[in-house]
Design a protein around this ligand. Sequence first.
Ligand SMILES: Nc1ncnc2c1ncn2[C@@H]1O[C@H](COP(=O)(O)OP(=O)(O)OP(=O)(O)O)[C@@H](O)[C@H]1O
Length: 261
Amino acid sequence: MQHDREEPVLVAEGLGVDYGPATVFKDVGLTVRAGEFVGLLGPNGAGKTTFMRALLGLVKAHSGVVEVAGLRGKKLRDAVGYVPQRHSVAWDFPIDIYSMVLSGRLSLRPWWRPASREDHIAAAHAIKRVGLWGLRGRPVEKLSGGQRQRVLVARALAREPELLLLDEPFTGLDIPTTEQLLELFRELVDSGVAVVMSTHNISEAVYSCDRLILFNRGIVADGGPEELADPQPWSATFGVDPHSRWLAGIGLDFAAGGAHA
Ligand SMILES: Nc1ncnc2c1ncn2[C@@H]1O[C@H](COP(=O)(O)OP(=O)(O)OP(=O)(O)O)[C@@H](O)[C@H]1O
């Protein structure tokens, strides 16, 4: 697929979500272009997962419009690969890696049509990309946390998405697995895929992402790592002291104006 890097892939405007009487966020707008790697950073309960699910229409928004690759409504999901948090998936379901990854393409065809040659090629390519081809027949319940995470990424990649939404992909992973996944995300970004990734792994995001969105019940700040040189929005987003050791250790040199430390 050809990606024009000037083209916005994701455009969200005026998005708002309530859970009963509680407003999670309101009037959030976000544009992400092809080939942008965006880190969505905020504390527990900030609304990051809700925001991603609202982009997909999996959570009902009380206001706003979302467009992905020019598509709206449920149709926009055709252009998205969504990787939910690993713990939200039923891993005891009797299915092997290959079938689970292939299932990522189910919603791209009519329900009555069997998987096509194209579906199988896309699934095989995605499994190879995450390095699980040798294990493709293994039941997913027998996989380690890192292998499961790679299965979820492959299932999303099998959709050949223009936008990849990753919800905390590094939780519970060791450093080499995290680095391998980051390398894969970077390759996808370089090929023109737009990636939005929520993570608590702040220093990895500071180091790897082109753009950071500090999110707490809405967008507090948005910019490249160099532009987020002021500790104030970080402090406001995470509720930490601007001089805290945590903030000093995230990989931004605030004194030098936000360049990587
Ligand atoms: N299904 C739900 N019903 C009611 N409230 C919910 C529901 N899901 C989430 N919430 C609430 O919405 C708020 C935002 O939650 P969300 O999971 O989106 O945050 P998050 O930033 O992804 O957090 P974390 O980093 O802990 O995953 C929280 O106060 C949470 O308790």
